[in-house]
Structures are given as C-alpha cells and as structure tokens.
Ligand binder design. Structure first.
Ligand code: GLN
Length: 554
C-alpha cells in the first residue's frame, strides 16, 4: 500500500504579550519606551501591535480638555484616544484599530452592557474577575485582529495607584495562565537629587515591591534617568528587584525620542526580551530605515521657521506643546524630508487679539493654525489669518484653522456683513460655518461623547488645485473630528470672490479643503480634516510637505 505522507501544516506560534507598567512617577516616557520596544521587535521581523490602557473613567479621550491630557488622537475608525496611540502609529508606521485602546470607563461600560444583555446568564457580575476578564478579552482580540506575534500593552498610570489595580490583576491572570508568553517591563525613574549628586535606586525598589504586592513581577526594568545608569546601580537593582542583570536597561534622557530604539538596541533589550518570551534570539534587528531617518533629522542646518498659533499653549508658567503633538511631529517629518531644519514657535492666539502684536509674525516663513474649539482666542486667530493672507506668508489651517480661514475671507474679502461661525455666535445673520445637520440633535440632547464626525472619510480633489498637486492624486482619505462645516449656502459667493473649495466629500455636500490659487498667494490652504494624524517619520504627509516647501521657498 502506498504510504500517504501527511502534509505539514505551519502552526502559528503562540502570541506573546509585553506589558509595560510605570514605577515611581508619571511622565517618565512610558509611551515612548513602549513605542520603542514595539519598533525593535517589529524590526526583528515580528508582526507587532500596540495597545494602551488608560485608567480614566472617561469612556474615551474625546471629552478631556487637551490642557489636562494632551492631544486627542483619532484613530482611523474614529475612536478618540490618547496621544500615545499616535506615538505607536508613528513609530510602527501602521494604523491601529479601536480595540487597541481602552479606558476604565469603556471596560465597565462593556461589562455593564453585557450584564444588561443577559450575557452573564444570571450569575453575579463582580469587579474581580469580570473587569480583568474583559480587559484580557480585549487584549487577546487585539492580538487576533492584527494576527500579531507580539502584543505590546502599555498600562497607564503608576504602580501603587489605586486606579490601575484591576489592570495589574489582568496582567497577573494572564501571566499565571501562560507564563512563558508574557513579559512585564517596568519603566522606572532614578532621580539624581541636586543636593546629593548621586543617582538613587530606592524609589525603584519601593515601586517594584508595590508591583509585587499586586502579584506581578517585573522581568525587565528600564531605568529612566537624566543620565545613564552605571554598573554598580544596575547590580543593586538586579539584586534588590529580582531582575537579571542583563534585564536592567539604562534609559537616560536623549535629544530626541526617535533615538530611543537605537539606544535600547545597544543595551541589547530586544534580544533579552526575545529570550524572556521564547522568541528567536538569533534574529537581527534591522533598523536601517529608522537610522537613516534619525540621521537625516539631525543633519539639517538650513532653517524653516514655522509659527503654530493655538489657544492651548499656556498653562501657568508652562508652555504645553503636547496639545498639538501630532502637528509638531508632522512639521518635523516634512522638513527633514526636504532637507530643512524646522524651527517651530508656539504662539498663543490670545496675544494677537491686539493687532499691534501681528508684526511679530514677520519673521516666520509659514504660519499654521491647528484644530480647536470654542470662542477663546478666535479673534486672535482671525487676525493672524488676515495677516498671513495679506502679507502672502504661507498659511496652513487645520480643521478650526480652515473654518476660521473661510470666515476671515467671508468677512474681509467677500465683505459679508454680520458673519460668524455657529459655534461662537449662533445669532449672527450669516453663519458661514454652521452646525452639521446630523449634529443638531446631539448638541441639543447634550450627547457630546464620541458623536462628532470622527475617523476616516474620502474626499475628491479638484484637478490642478494646490491640494491635488500636493497629494498627486484626486482621491484621498483623511481622518476627521468636527461638528461644524462650511455652510453650503455660501459656497457660490465665496468661489466667485476667489476662495476655491478644491476638496469635497464624494457627494459634494461637505467642503473638505479651501484654498487660494497660487496666482493670489504662495500657499493658503485650509483642510477640514487632520492630516497630522497620519504623518509618519518614514512617510511624511504630502500636504505638510507642500506647506513647508512653500514656506521655505516664498
Ligand atoms: N470646533 C470645530 C468643529 O467642531 C473644529 C474642530 C477641530 O478643529 N477639531 O467643527
């Protein structure tokens, strides 16, 4: 009888999970550490996806004031998330789905909804284990959806905080269930107090003990500090925190966040993590493209000066540039691509309510007004836009920055009387920017969470326009986040006066791009969407590149 040989089926190896938790204090760069680890594993040929857990009760980040929480980063499918999701997308150069972001609020909401739907079949629903089980369900689903070899999960907050205990419980449960597939990385902080002049390890030891009391043990500790960690302190941490010496990683402050993957590679982090997770340790980390980008970002000397005029910059004595993080990064990526050194100034729109201040803008090559909401600083932004238009300084308006450019044009060029945006003066005779019809009920019923026009939508571009030339395409897809739109009743009049709506939704109803022709202005473009959200270090955004190019050349 002929022997039938069995066909070999290639079994997918188990998905590995890396949890990044924070010790000692917040703000030490856990998100960047997570992004860098994920980048390194991706560079070793693994399929990686990245998740963030935020401990807030807010169901998503959309309702948080940016001065409290930084930028709201909108995913492709419309979820409003934390800025760390933006870092993951930028570092990994991939789009991430909504399942990859969760908050305490969203987890409780699902559990309560399931209970209402009788999905628990009459049993008692309890905080433990049902909340951690929902967290685990989402983590595994994210892994499956991405068909990932490695799922990187950042647990927001700091160990020892009451709020992330249930997430640590999820980590503990997963590690108990499949110990070989789960690694825990603690990103800690080692202060060097000025009065002592010595790096102290005690806060990290205490943080590790706190983590242990939740039943979770760190496999690796990244020691964030102003300077590198010496061998003596590495040994101390290894001994007192139960972590192998090779798994104590030095994480000093660096010039740029994009240096960190290379730095961790030098510390042998990816090979060590691979060993912990039973991944091949023979693979090489291929950082060729990444290193090229980092090198390019540091070798530019020819400056391009860009003013970003927003309302959220000042907070007491501090300047909060995080609020517009993706915009700033997008400017940088396009500048590097063009061989330029971006010099970005953060200017408060409130200062420009006094027109005498406008001459400060003379020194800039380009002006950008990013997204925003409400009345504060609007008159200042309108003054800035008028100045940029009249003085032929390249202008790029994003979302609110586009709506206000249309309003400025309506007021000062088309000379429409008593004109405003419904968002700030609903009683004005001429609402050049009006509420979108589908938003009227949401606002009237105070349904404000997750109800804006969110996520990806397609647009069609007018051939020969500044926009079409920038994109080198007539069909685009971009991410949105807004409730108001250019009022269609005014389109004809504005077009006649010379403002071109060069990008529209495919049904022609929504104005997605407004621009002045190049015969009138070197670059005056407003976009209703947020191109900054998809600008990547290895793939800069074409419309930003056009803006920077025009700024440099004009
Ligand atoms: N406030 C405006 C709107 O809701 C613009 C929003 C934004 O800039 N993201 O339409």
């Amino acid at each position: 009888m002929k022997k039938v040989s069995k066909r070999k089926t290639t079994k997918k190896t188990a998905t590995r999970y890396i949890f990044v938790v924070g010790g000692v204090m917040s703000g030490v760069g856990k998100g960047i550490a997570s992004s860098s680890i994920a980048t390194l594993l991706q560079a070793r040929g693994h399929r990686v996806t990245a998740m963030k857990i935020d401990p807030y009760i807010n169901v998503d980040a959309g309702t948080m004031n940016p001065t409290e929480h930084g930028e709201v980063f909108v995913l492709k499918d419309g979820l409003e998330t934390d800025q760390d999701m933006g870092n993951y997308e930028r570092f990994l150069n991939i789009d991430l789905p909504a399942i990859n972001y969760m908050t305490t609020g969203s987890v409780y909401q699902s559990v309560i909804q399931k209970e209402r739907n009788l999905d628990y079949k009459g049993k008692n629903v309890e905080v433990v284990p049902d909340i951690p089980l929902e967290v685990i369900r989402r983590i595994k689903k994210a892994g499956e959806e991405a068909n990932a070899d490695v799922v990187q999960v950042e647990v927001g907050g700091t160990v020892g905080e009451y709020q992330n205990v249930l997430f640590l419980e999820a980590v503990r449960m997963m590690k108990t269930e499949e110990p070989g597939n789960v690694a825990v990385v603690m990103v800690s902080y080692l202060p060097v107090p000025g009065s002592i002049g010595e790096m102290k390890t005690k806060p990290t030891q205490t943080a590790v003990r706190m983590l242990n009391s939740a039943g979770v043990f760190a496999d690796m500790i990244i020691c964030r500090s102003p300077i590198g960690v010496d061998m003596k302190r590495k040994e101390k941490i290894s001994k007192f925190c139960n972590v192998k010496l090779e798994n104590v990683i030095s994480g000093p402050d660096v010039d740029s966040i994009y240096d960190i993957p290379q730095h961790y590679e030098k510390e042998n982090l990816p090979a060590q993590l691979s060993e912990l997770l039973g991944l091949s340790t023979k693979k090489k980390t291929d950082l060729k493209e990444w290193s090229k980008f980092v090198k390019r970002s540091k070798s530019q000397i020819d400056p391009v000066k860009i003013a970003v005029v927003g309302k959220y910059f000042s907070s007491g004595d501090f300047v909060l540039s995080d609020v517009y993080l993706s915009v700033l990064e997008a400017i940088k990526f396009s500048s590097y691509k063009l061989g330029l050194k971006p010099e970005i100034s953060y200017l408060s729109s409130l200062d420009f309510e006094d027109k005498k201040q406008l001459k400060k803008l003379k020194e800039y090559d380009g002006i950008l007004v990013p997204g925003g909401f409400g009345k504060t600083g609007v008159e200042g932004k309108l003054n800035v836009i008028e100045y940029a238009r009249k003085n032929k300084i390249p202008y790029f308006g994003i979302c609110y920055g586009m709506q206000l450019a249309v309003l400025e044009f309506a007021r000062n060029v088309a000379k429409i009387k008593d004109v405003s945006t419904e968002e700030i003066d609903a009683k004005a005779d001429n609402l050049i920017i009006g509420i979108m019809p589908e938003q009227i009920e949401n606002v009237a019923d105070k349904k404000m969470g997750g109800t804006m026009r969110l996520g990806e939508y397609p647009a069609e571009l007018r051939s020969g326009s500044v926009a079409a030339k920038a994109y080198r395409s007539r069909e685009i897809v971009e991410r949105h986040r807004h409730r108001y739109e250019v009022n269609p009743d005014f389109i004809e009049e504005l077009e006649e006066k010379g403002l071109h709506f060069s990008g529209k939704s495919p049904d022609g109803r929504l104005m997605e791009i407004a621009e002045l022709p190049t015969s009138e202005h070197p670059f005056f473009v407003g976009v209703q969407f947020h191109p900054e959200l998809t600008a990547r270090p290895l793939d800069p955004h074409p419309i930003f590149t056009s803006f920077i190019k025009a700024s440099y050349e004009s």
